[in-house]
Design a binder for this molecule. Structure first.
Ligand code: GLC
Length: 739
C-alpha cells in the first residue's frame, strides 16, 4: 500500500474515531436509541413484498407474523376489556387448556364508567396491562366505547355508557395504563356498533351531527388524548361500506382528521373485500372466515384478503405498494412500541394488588339507586338471620357473554362474599328464588357449578317467602346474566323486563319482609315495576373475581357506595329514543332517526322522567352543595369561565359525591339538547369535611358540530350552566354568555 494510501487510511480512522459517540453498528431498525420513524423506514426498506404482506394479516387465531429474517417478532393479540382471555389453540376458538392462564377478572366497563373517577381507569388500565404483559401479549383487544343507544344491546356491559364526555374522560387513563406496560390498547368497535343483531352487515344510517357529537368523541379522545396504538374497526357498515374497510371512518376521519398513527386491526371476520381492505384504511386483517365467536374455516390465512389476493393485485400492477407500505409502517410502529420494545416492564398476574384494584373499582362503581327506611347498610350486629335469594347470588358471571369471557383463578359470588363477610356473626341462609341459566361454559372454559334445580317456580317462591318471613334482612340478587339473549355478544336482548319470572319473586319477598334489598346484576337497564314496593335497590354490575367481596363491603357498610349511573334507566322501553323515534334493530339499514337525542338528551327534550336518571347515585352519608360562584358572566372567544362550589359531607361517615356540570345553549341555529355533560368531579370527603368542585368552561365546551360547515362551532349568545348530581337533580343554574 503506497504511503499516501496508508496516510489517508490512518486519517480516515482518526477522523472516524474522533467523530463523537460510536456510530451504532446495529441496524437502525433494531436500535432502540434511534427515532421511531427512522427505525420504521429502515425496516421497511429491508422487507420483501412477501414479508410486507405476511405482517398485515393473521397467521393464527390471535397472532400475526413477524419477519423472521430481520428478527422482527410476531404480534400477539388477546381479548378482552375485563381481563386476559385464556390461551386458545393455534387455529381454534376453544381454549388450549393451559394451566397457567387463569386471570384476574376486573369489573365490566359499565362499572368502571359508573365510578365517574378517572383515577379508577388509570388503576384498571395499569393492572389489566400488567396481566397482558405477563402473558406476553402485545395488543389488548379493548377497551370498548360504543355509546349506549338502547338497553337491548347485548354488549353494553363491555362499554362506558350513553354520554360521549363521560366515556371520553374514562377511556383515556385506561389506555395510558395499559400502554405503560408496552402493551397496545386496541379501542373498539369503531364505529356505530350499538347493537348485536345483524352486527356483521347492518348499515347504520346516522346524520353527521349525531356521528360527531355522540358516537365519535370517545374514539377521538382515545386517539388524541389517550394515544391509542391500535383501533378495532367494527363489523357493521356505515355509508354502505363495512367499517373494517371504510373510507370515511378510517381514512378521512381516523387517519385524516384525527392524525391516528397506529394500526387498525379488523374485528374477527369483519373483512369482506380485498380491494376495499387495500384502499380503505385497514392495516391488519384478523379472523376472516370466522364469525368472531364460534365457527371458522381451517387455516385460511393465505386466503385472507390482505394475504395472497392482495399480493396478486400488486404483482399484476392493479395496485402499487403505496397503501401496502403505509400499512406496513403502521404495523412496524405498533411492533416497535410493543413486541420489540425492550424497555417495557415485565407485568404480573393474579396479584393481591390486582384483586384489590378489582375490589376498589367495584366498590366505587356500585350504584345505590334507592334506600328508603335506610335498610342499607345492613348492620350485621343487629341480625340473627340474613336471607340471600336469587340465582345471581350463586352464579359465576366471568364465564360467558362472548369474547370477554374469562377463566379466573377464583370468582367470589355474592353469596360467598356475604358468607365470608358475616362469618359467625349471623346466620346466612340462601333460597334460589328462581331458575335462570343453569349452564356455565364458554369456549371450553367451564364454571364447574351445578346450578340444577328441580323445584317448580311456585315452590321456589314459596320456599323463599317462608324463609323471608323469619329473616331480619333479605337481599335479592337478580338481573341478567351472560347467556345469549341477556348481556351477551352476538345477540341482543328480547325483552326489557327482568327475565325468568323475577318480578313475581321480588313482589312476593316485598310482601314477606320490609327489610328487602334488591341488587340488580346486569350491564343494562331493566324494567322495575316493583320499584315502589322495594325500599332499597342497588345496581351491582358484573364485578369480576371480587364480585361477592366488593358487594358485601357495600351492603354491610364498610364501603360507602359512590357510583353514579353511566346510562339512563327508562321506566319503559318506549321512553328510550331508539325505541320511540329511532329504529332498532332495523333491517338491512338501521336509522338513528333520533339523531343527537340519545339517553338523557332525549329525556330532557321530551320531558320524560326516568326510573333512575343518568348520573344518579346515592350514598350512606349526605352532602350539601353550596351556591356556586362564577368567575364572570360573559366569555370572550377563546376565553374561559370558572365555576366553583363548596361540597360538604354533612353526614356521620366518609363518602364521595360526584358533582356534575351540564351546559345548555339557550338559542342556537341548529337543534341542541337542553343540556349536555361538560364536566364532573368526584370528591371523597370525611364526615364534616368540605371540598371544592371546580370547573373551567372554555369555548370548546360550547361548541356543536355544524354538519353544513363540517366544523365545530360556538355561537355567540346565552348559555346556562347546571350544577347537578344527576341529569334530573339540578341544584343550581348559572347564566353566562359568549360574546
Ligand atoms: C369478536 C368481538 C371482538 C373481539 C374479537 C376477537 O367477535 O367483536 O370484540 O375482540 O372478535 O375475539
Amino acid at each position: 500500500m503506497k504511503f499516501n494510501h496508508i496516510f489517508s487510511f490512518a486519517l480516515l480512522l482518526a477522523v472516524g474515531c474522533a467523530s463523537g459517540p460510536k456510530e451504532s453498528i446495529v441496524a437502525k431498525y433494531l436500535d432502540q436509541r434511534q427515532p421511531l420513524e427512522e427505525r420504521v423506514e429502515d425496516a421497511l426498506q429491508r422487507m420483501t413484498l412477501r414479508e410486507k404482506i405476511d405482517i398485515i394479516h393473521a397467521q393464527s387465531k390471535f397472532s400475526s407474523a413477524g419477519v423472521e429474517r430481520l428478527g422482527i417478532p410476531e404480534l400477539w393479540c388477546t381479548d378482552g376489556p375485563h381481563g386476559i382471555r385464556p390461551e386458545v389453540l393455534w387455529d381454534e376458538w376453544d381454549q388450549a387448556k393451559w394451566t397457567s392462564d387463569s386471570c384476574t377478572a376486573f369489573p365490566a366497563l359499565t362499572c368502571l364508567a359508573a365510578t365517574w373517577n378517572p383515577q379508577m381507569s388509570a388503576t384498571y388500565g395499569k393492572a389489566i396491562g400488567e396481566e397482558a404483559r405477563y402473558r406476553e401479549k402485545d395488543v389488548l383487544l379493548g377497551p370498548g366505547v360504543n355509546i349506549y343507544r338502547t338497553p337491548m344491546n347485548g354488549r353494553n356491559f363491555e362499554y362506558m355508557g350513553e354520554d360521549p364526555m363521560l366515556a371520553s374522560k374514562m377511556v383515556v387513563p385506561y389506555i395510558k395504563g395499559v400502554q405503560s406496560n408496552g402493551v397496545a390498547a386496541c379501542v373498539k368497535h369503531f364505529a356505530l356498533n350499538n347493537q348485536e343483531i345483524e352486527r356483521h352487515g347492518v348499515n347504520v344510517v346516522v346524520d353527521d351531527r349525531a356521528l360527531y357529537e355522540i358516537y365519535l368523541p370517545a374514539f377521538k379522545a382515545a386517539v388524541q388524548e389517550g394515544g391509542a396504538w391500535a383501533i378495532m374497526p367494527a363489523y357493521n357498515r356505515y355509508k354502505g361500506q363495512h367499517c373494517c374497510h371504510n373510507q370515511y371512518l378510517l381514512n378521512d376521519i381516523l387517519k385524516g382528521e384525527w392524525g391516528f398513527d397506529g394500526a387498525t386491526i379488523s374485528d374477527w371476520g369483519g373483512v369482506h373485500d380485498t380491494k376495499e381492505a387495500a384502499l380503505h384504511g385497514l392495516d391488519m386483517e384478523f379472523g376472516s372466515w370466522t364469525n368472531g365467536l364460534n365457527w371458522g374455516a381451517k387455516n385460511a390465512y393465505d386466503m385472507y384478503h390482505l394475504a395472497l389476493p392482495y399480493m396478486k393485485m400488486i404483482e399484476s400492477g392493479e395496485l402499487t405498494t403505496k397503501e401496502l407500505d403505509d400499512k406496513v409502517r403502521r404495523v412496524l410502529r405498533l411492533n416497535f412500541r410493543t413486541a420489540m420494545n425492550t424497555s417495557k416492564p415485565f407485568g404480573s398476574m393474579n396479584t393481591e394488588e390486582h384483586l384489590e384494584a378489582a375490589r376498589t373499582i367495584a366498590g366505587e362503581g356500585v350504584v345505590l339507586l334507592k334506600n328508603e327506611g335506610n335498610v342499607l347498610p345492613i348492620n350485621v350486629e343487629k341480625c340473627k338471620t340474613i336471607l340471600v335469594v336469587g340465582e345471581n347470588a350463586i352464579k359465576m358471571m366471568t364465564v360467558g357473554g362472548g369474547s370477554s369471557s374469562l377463566k379466573v383463578r377464583k370468582e367470589y359470588t355474592p353469596l360467598e362474599g356475604i358468607a365470608n363477610y358475616v362469618g359467625d356473626k349471623a346466620k346466612v341462609e340462601f333460597q334460589r328464588g328462581y331458575v335462570g341459566d343453569t349452564t356455565g361454559e364458554y369456549n371450553g372454559v367451564k364454571s364447574g357449578q351445578d346450578l340444577s334445580e328441580n323445584r317448580s317456580a311456585e315452590q321456589l317462591i314459596a320456599d323463599a317467602v317462608a324463609a323471608a318471613r323469619k329473616a331480619d334482612a333479605v337481599i335479592f340478587f337478580g338481573g341478567l346474566n351472560k347467556k345469549e339473549g341477556q348481556d351477551c355478544e352476538g345477540v341482543d336482548r328480547s325483552e326489557y323486563a327482568l327475565p325468568y319470572g323475577q318480578n313475581k319473586v321480588i313482589e312476593a319477598l316485598a310482601e314477606a319482609n320490609k327489610n328487602l334489598v334488591v341488587v340488580n346484576i346486569s350491564g343494562n337497564a331493566v324494567a322495575m315495576p316493583w320499584v315502589d314496593r322495594v325500599p332499597s335497590i342497588m345496581q351491582g354490575w358484573y364485578l369480576g373475581s371480587e364480585a361477592g367481596n366488593a358487594l358485601a363491603r357495600v351492603i354491610f357498610g364498610e364501603v360507602n357506595p359512590s357510583g353514579h349511573l353511566p346510562f339512563t334507566f327508562p321506566v319503559e322501553l318506549a321512553d328510550n329514543s331508539a325505541h320511540s323515534v329511532g329504529e332498532w334493530p332495523g333491517g338491512r339499514d338501521v336509522r338513528y332517526t333520533e339523531g343527537i337525542f340519545v339517553g338523557y338528551r332525549w329525556a330532557d327534550k321530551e320531558q320524560i322522567k326516568a326510573l333512575f336518571p343518568f348520573g344518579h347515585g346515592l350514598s350512606y352519608t349526605s352532602f350539601a352543595i353550596d351556591e356556586p360562584t362564577i368567575s364572570k358572566h360573559s366569555m370572550k372567544a377563546g376565553g374561559k369561565i370558572t365555576i366553583k362550589c363548596e361540597v360538604r359531607n354533612t353526614g356521620k361517615r366518609e363518602g364521595a359525591e360526584v358533582v356534575q356540570l351540564y351546559i345548555g345553549d339557550k338559542v342556537s341555529s341548529l337543534p341542541r339538547p337542553v343540556k349536555e355533560l361538560k364536566g364532573f368531579q368526584k370528591l371523597h370527603l370525611a364526615a364534616g369535611q368540605s371540598g371544592t368542585a371546580e370547573f373551567t368552561i372554555t369555548e370548546d365546551d360550547l361548541k356543536f358540530f355544524d354538519d353544513k360547515q363540517h366544523a365545530w362551532i360556538a355561537e355567540k349568545g346565552d348559555f346556562t350552566a347546571y350544577i347537578a348530581t344527576s341529569a334530573e337533580d339540578i341544584l343550581y343554574t348559572l347564566d353566562f354568555s359568549l360574546k
